[in-house]
Design a protein around this ligand. Sequence first.
Ligand code: COI
Length: 354
Amino acid sequence: MIAAADIIITKATHSKLNDINLENIPFGKYFSDHMLEVDYENGAWKTPEIKPYQSLSLAPSTAALHYGQAIFEGIKAYKNAAGEPFIFRPHDNFRRFNISAERMQMPTVPEEIFMEGMRLLIEMDQQWIPSQEDHALYIRPFMFSSDEMIGVRPSENYKFMILLSPSGPYYSAPMRIYVEEQYVRAVPGGVGYAKAAGNYGGAMYATAQAKLKGYDQVLWMDAIEHKYVQECGTMNVFFIIGNSAITPNLNEGTILAGVTRDSAMTVLGEMGLKVEERPLSIEEIIAAHKAGELKEVFGTGTAATISLIRELGYQDYVMNFDVDSWKSAPELKRRLNAIRYGQVADEHGWMYKI
Ligand code: COI
């Protein structure tokens, strides 16, 4: 068992906080004073260390740089009005991290290293949690293979780390989305459900092509029929059709089981919508749009929170939405924020006190 007392701590001699304004801060650009670092060697995890945020020294032969045995998570910490720090559903991300680790043939990280390391790191750097609405301290746990060896095989050594980045919204304005029919993000039997680094690198070309066409992101379709909706950019996606909130089901292992997705399903149900997890085809979306039944489209994610989609372009058919008239997505966001910033009772037990 690892307890806080077992973590080796080296404190930064100078806080960078005085040099940074936490208001209106971009996503993922700044990092707090400390980071967590733990090595896996000879089949066991070594003692975790919290130390000043610093560069790593890696051999050019480090396996992760060649074959992408690398996974990560995204979690957020918030402060309530009294300034007390909380993390939103960290145990769910911990479980998903180890699901990703297994799929990528990496060792799982023990709960006490992941949770106690994260808790102590945030306790030390809690001054870095922004208080502005839609801002949070983004927590980035990640692990990569660290063998210095370019044979293609699972590594014997790994590094697990946690960084903290005070961040504003990932997508700041309602988005224009291109329905992608040529390139795919994930296939059944692949790694789409894992938070594997390569899933994000592999998405960049198609996203850049969509940007050249004037869009912000792509809506991924299934790899077999190019017919069923999957994810949108780095987010899960929801469509409000009539009184139903519909999001693609996870059965085929091509979609990330988002923690914000799961929270959104709960809250949308509490708002009186019928929540449906099922295959949703682009034909059904277009038919609903033509019938005036497609009310709202939005993405969910830790970084993105709730992001409104103002345009969906599918071949020559472009759907434009008047996002200012929407009720459900803004209300969902309001309710989730009220829980995160401690303005209402946490009836779901989602907020983990530091
Ligand atoms: C998150 O929402 O935490 C993500 O993983 C998206 C991201 C790659 C910034």
